[in-house]
Design a protein around this ligand. Sequence first.
Ligand code: SF4
Length: 514
Amino acid sequence: MGSELVRISVTGQPHAEAAAVGSVRRGVGPAATSADAGLLGSVSRLRTFYLETFGCQMNVHDSEKVAGVLVARGLRPVENDRDADLILYNTCSIREKAAQKVYSRLGAFRKDGRNTGKIIGVLGCVAQQEGTRIFERAPQVSLVCGSASYARLPGLLEQVEAGNRRVLALSLETDECFETELTRRDSPVRAYATIIEGCDQCCAFCVVPMTRGRERSRSSQKILAECRRLAEEGYSELQLLGQIVNHWADPSPARLSFAELLSQVAEIPGVRRVRFATSHPRYFTPEIVRAIETHPTLCDQIHLPVQSGSSRVLARMQRGYTREEYLEKINCIRSARRAISISTDIMVGFCGEARDDFEQTISLLDAVEYDQVFSFKFSPRPNTAAGKFEDAVLEEEKGRRLAVLQEYQRQIQLRRNQALIGREFEVLVESFQPRLQQAVGRTTSNRVVNFPGQPDWIGRYVNVRVTAAGPNSLVAVRADQAISPRAATRSDAATCAVEVRGATEARRVEWKSK
Ligand code: SF4
């Protein structure tokens, strides 16, 4: 699954890693008025809510839908928890650290007594996994609700308001995806549409099948109707989401394949970019690459998590493919008529990962030359197969392998990005940095580009020419602007200083067995 970890407050500024999901709000929900307040229940005292999200894009989009449910019932989002009657944390438990963060947030309420009169709820994967243990560890919490129960939130909140101090909703028994009458979208430029929820795979390290339940696909009619509506509302970039987005199976009589769905979304008038995440290598087909070749609207980008470059480790992880099979999919993508950038997730230090296995992961980086890698140390999660494995890699060794891998990949990215200097790209502007007077946007290949711009360019497509490159971003000027060496130098200094300095100092990392 995709593991771009993000933290975003529905009304606040997202964590830097959340740039991909939009850092600027767009008020699409009806503004709540005092007359609206109380629609939750006839005597509801809830007027305001604060919702903070941890985890992947699926969680971010779930939060947009939860916010829509609350706004539709008259609650108003606020910037911080102090001003909120209702505080919700939409949580992630894919890694231990993410789960710990939630408890540290909850602990803050106990310490400074800020919870007086507030309702505090925990949603998402930690809620599903921990269940009633959350009430024990954090008695200030009165609502624990898993993702399959979000549609029931208004009723659950009424129960809390009626005096029930422990309201629990963890059922995974649903055939439905989470549909809402209103989704309060946070990005001014990109809109998400869930096409499949849950996961039926059993990767040895993953909690998702336990926390999100079994796979449920939305019908192609519902997906296409939502995408058309989004295009009419002015969203030109759409992202189709699912734990395994390419395992989507149309339950409607149309029986579209995933590639056919992509093609139909790409042809919706007003849509200029379509992305999808996260693909599973096992279900990745050449038909998807053909669809991308045929429709320029489908972005030049595929996220294909590999997790390890060693077939032995992949088998232990129960991923359902070998290194060789994965590389066949990569060859298929690389042979496309237009260049498609490839990103991945890699987990180091999985149980029993020997040095030779790790070397194979490093050699995979060379073989694929990824444009971006999200890499993590394995941490055992409760109730997973790997949680019971006894051949753990030492923490110190995991840290060392992670550092080696990240440095190795950083230099690959630097090399690939520097090869783009002088080339022109269309960029969709997502945000503006007032201090640097720079617009920040993305290419269709999902590269971040910084260039001199204006605040009102957000949402616009601008053609730029790349003038400098770091491992994680590009610096550019508008393509219709003559390149002034001075301007390029200023931009470099402002945005790429840290990256470029790091690259200059870095040696090529040679991984050697010890
Ligand atoms: S079980 Fe595997 S395929 Fe399913 S969400 Fe987890 S990592 Fe992805």
